[in-house]
Design a protein around this ligand. Structure first.
Ligand code: KIV
Ligand code: ZN
Length: 406
């Protein structure tokens, strides 16, 4: 394995979690204030840098939840020694005066706060949704970023549908908002339209061609309509983005957002490929993923990367045998690194004798003789033809049957 670059020589990647805002926009998901507080605490301990707590103007309930998070979770330092500061609490706002003032009111009691202002820039959105010209779009962006900046030092600007916006027009808008005081520039592929090479090239083009680009942090925000959100986000990092907008389990509008755990474990697995380091405490992944699934009512698909229940299970005999001999034969991530501690061998009809014997040892059958092992294994194979997964109780039952026969 190649040696790992010195972490301190790398740029810090800012993890901006939007599970409570874009994630909550998943069809059918509503989180109440208590759910949000519980999740916000877990995300703080996980090591998230910026938490988008909600869209305060959307409803009094959302305002309340964001305000409570700013007050109750905003100051917390538990589990954040490596990061050295509390989470930045962000509130989303359209480029509209009422939204911006409301977002600020909701986050203002957090020690670190941000207003995140968005305005669409693609011709299709300007023409059909906002019904304004490009010139009016630039003027509106400047006016409302200035207003935001008069209230709060930390201003993020997102040109909505940037993935389908004219790159030169984006450069014009982004240069104008940097001048007006924006400190983070987020590039949303709102409809998940870009390919990884396109999205990466877009980030590079914007950084290279926007006046004043070095004054801002560049950020990715990718949707998963074509299943490319993680790949696009990683391409963004390769091309200069130093903040990623992500959600736990990848929940979000339509096919969802980029999954936080996937981006972080890609960086963890390929430390020499990505020129960044992060301060996420990955051992919390399994627990936080489960919490999001329970509170959102959106179960995680079993084969989901990193946090799916099958992500570290090995069913076939050949794989089980390999893993028993050396885990690295079929595992590129150590399950314990993401908080998975369960027995990772599922016994089924493809399992071999080695895996069966190993499970018997785990169950306390340490001195079983060869004949008994063979008859129990034959019995297990017969049962496995009828049942998809064999539980520990099935094994205990069939071993005692064989012991009685013998
Ligand atoms: O996908 C999107 O464009 C958004 C913006 C509000 C950032 O979620
Ligand atoms: Zn989004």
């Amino acid at each position: 394995m190649a040696s790992v670059q010195n972490q301190s020589s790398k740029d810090k990647l800012i993890i901006f979690d939007t599970t409570l805002r874009d994630g909550e926009q998943s069809p059918g998901v509503t989180l109440n204030a208590d759910d949000k507080i519980q999740l916000a605490r877990a995300l703080s301990r996980l090591g998230v840098d910026v938490l988008e707590a909600g869209f305060p103007v959307a409803s009094p309930g959302d305002f309340n939840a964001v305000q409570r998070i700013a007050r109750e979770v905003g100051p917390l330092m538990e589990g954040r020694d490596k990061i050295g500061k509390p989470m930045v609490i962000a509130g989303l706002a359209r480029a509209v005066e009422k939204d911006i003032r409301t977002a600020y009111d909701a986050v203002k009691d957090a020690p670190l706060k941000r207003i995140h202002i968005f305005l669409a820039t693609s011709d299709i959105h300007l023409k059909f949704k906002l019904k304004i010209s490009r010139e009016q779009c630039v003027a509106r962006a400047i006016e409302f970023v200035r207003l935001g900046r008069s209230l709060c030092e930390d201003i993020e600007f997102s040109p909505e549908d940037a993935g389908r916006s004219d790159p030169d027009f984006l450069c014009e808008v982004l240069a104008a908002v940097i001048e007006a005081g924006a400190t983070t520039l987020n590039i949303p592929d709102t409809v998940g339209y870009n390919t990884p090479s396109e999205y990466g090239a877009r980030i590079k083009y914007l950084i290279d061609n926007t006046a004043g680009s070095e004054k801002a942090i560049w950020s990715t925000h990718c949707h998963n309509d074509l299943g490319l959100a993680t790949a696009n986000t990683l391409a963004g990092i390769t091309n200069g983005a130093r903040q990623v907008e992500v959600t736990i389990n990848g929940i979000g509008e339509r096919a969802g957002n980029t999954a936080l755990e996937e981006v972080v474990m890609n960086i963890h697995t390929h430390p020499n490929t990505y020129p960044v380091h992060h301060t996420i405490n990955t051992v919390h992944f399994a627990r936080v993923s489960q919490m999001v699934a329970d509170l959102s009512g959106m179960p995680v698909q079993p084969n989901k990367a990193i946090v799916g229940k099958n992500a570290f299970l090995h069913e076939s005999g050949i794989h089980q045998d390999g893993v028993l001999k050396n885990k690295e034969t079929y595992e590129i991530i150590r399950p314990e690194d993401v908080g998975v501690v369960t027995n990772n061998l599922v016994l089924g009809k493809h399992s071999g004798r080695n895996a069966f014997r190993s499970r018997l040892t785990d169950l306390g059958y340490t001195d079983i003789d060869q004949d008994l092992l063979q008859s129990a294994f034959d019995e297990f194979k017969r049962l496995a033809d009828q049942k998809q997964q064999i539980t520990d109780s099935d094994i205990i039952a069939l071993v005692s049957d064989q012991m009685n026969v013998a």
